[in-house]
Ligand binder design. Structure first.
Ligand SMILES: *Cc1c(COP(=O)(O)O)cnc(C)c1O
Length: 383
């Protein structure tokens, strides 16, 4: 049996161990230490945000962002439906209710028109949403200008969930720096990883200072443990931050390789009727964390599940796209502003193996199998 090809596996650059070794030699194992400060500095320099706090996960970063925006029980927060549960679960942690908004077809991200409709409708029902969580799915920038215009009109702060979008940019500015707060994730399958971790970035020093305070159990200045607010254990450790420092050195390389992988898939499949890709619009620079396709089963004769199982037979991992939140059992009661777009993408979308460490031999295996699968399903009328 051929060795397994993963969707997106950790890819170390080489210097991570040196930073970890430094931490061990100085016995800076926990909690804070020089790797954390250095990692935060590189995140600031890279993103262009004025301040950054290294945390235990992207989900923790969203939770702290919501707390700092003053979320309370009974409040409402708007969130993209087409995302991973880590985007919206923190809304529920605060006792607030998520209100989901559908995607537009072009970028698969939040539909700005529908966002405005949702806000108007929530206000007419007596609840002004307290925040908007905007997700840049698979590293593709949202229609940010349009979203910010709507958010600005109603004066609702935007939290940018750039967990999948580190290294992507919009009109020359890095994603994560458009909202009042941005978050990144360094979970195992993301474009860079610290084995597990996240960060919160902002131009507002008060937010980042407060995130550090809350993430280390909210200790007031005193020799004993004094608490006047509820804290969390959400800080990144100094050992983990060492991995992050090494990974930041190869981030741009990973982006370049993932973009090449996207081009390679597009060259391979673009002439197959019914297969389509998500394209960048002018001013958008995607990190192509994962290459995703849509498969029109009438035109191609194939459906995503057939292709997924066909790849699986060759020990190649692919995966359905994220199942939208409004279709999740746990969120079935949550309000949803829907035009059926992300639900449809869920039924015809597929994520292809996109790791920056794919070898030429592995790419050959993927290509052979993909081309074969589409060839077999090809309707007679193609020829
Ligand atoms: C991974 C991810 C998160 C959560 O990040 P963790 O570090 O895994 O907690 C949030 N939102 C999106 C869109 C993600 O892909």
């Amino acid at each position: 049996m051929n060795s397994r090809i993963y969707l997106s596996s950790p890819h170390m650059g080489g210097t991570e161990l040196e930073y970890i070794k430094e931490a061990f030699e100085a016995n800076w194992i926990s909690p804070v230490g020089p790797n954390i400060a250095a990692f935060e500095q590189t995140l600031q320099d890279y993103s262009g945000a004025n301040h950054a706090a290294a945390l235990s996960s992207g989900t923790a970063a969203i939770h702290l962002a919501l707390i700092m925006l003053g979320l309370e029980r009974g409040d409402e927060v708007i969130c993209s439906s087409f995302t991973f549960a880590g985007s919206c679960n923190p809304i529920v942690y605060t006792g607030a209710t998520p209100v989901f908004v559908d995607s537009e077809e072009d970028t698969w991200n939040m539909d700005p028109e529908l966002l405005e409709e949702a806000i108007e409708d929530r206000i007419s029902r007596g609840k002004r949403p307290k925040a908007i969580i905007l997700v840049h799915l698979y590293g593709m920038p949202s229609k940010i200008a349009e979203i910010l215009k709507v958010a600005g009109k109603y004066e609702i702060p935007v939290i940018e969930d750039a967990a999948e979008a580190l290294g992507a940019s919009y009109r020359g500015k890095k994603l994560g720096t458009f909202g009042v707060i941005g978050i990144y994730s360094f979970n195992g399958n993301k474009i860079i990883t610290t084995s597990g971790g996240g960060a919160l970035v902002s131009n507002e020093k008060t937010f980042v200072d407060k995130a550090r305070f809350l993430s280390t159990q909210a200790r007031d200045p005193a020799p004993y443990y004094e608490h006047s607010s509820i804290g969390y254990n959400y800080r990144m450790s100094n050992v983990v931050a060492g991995i992050g420092r090494g990974q930041m050195e190869v981030l741009d390389k990973h982006v370049a390789i993932r973009r090449e992988i996207f081009e390679w898939y597009r060259d391979m499949l673009e002439n197959i009727p019914g297969v389509s890709f998500v394209e960048e619009e002018t001013g958008m620079f995607a990190n192509r964390w994962l290459t995703t396709i849509r498969i029109d089963s009438v035109l191609s004769g194939a459906d995503p599940e057939y292709i997924r199982q066909g790849l699986e037979k060759e020990n190649i991992e692919s995966r359905p796209v994220w199942k939208p939140m409004h279709l999740q059992p746990v969120y079935k009661e949550a309000p949803m502003y829907d035009r059926g777009v992300c639900g449809k993408i869920f039924s015809d979308g597929l994520c292809l193996p996109s790791g920056s460490n794919l070898t030429e031999e592995e790419k050959k295996r993927i290509e052979t199998q993909l081309v074969k699968l589409f060839e077999v399903t090809k309707p007679a009328k193609w020829v």
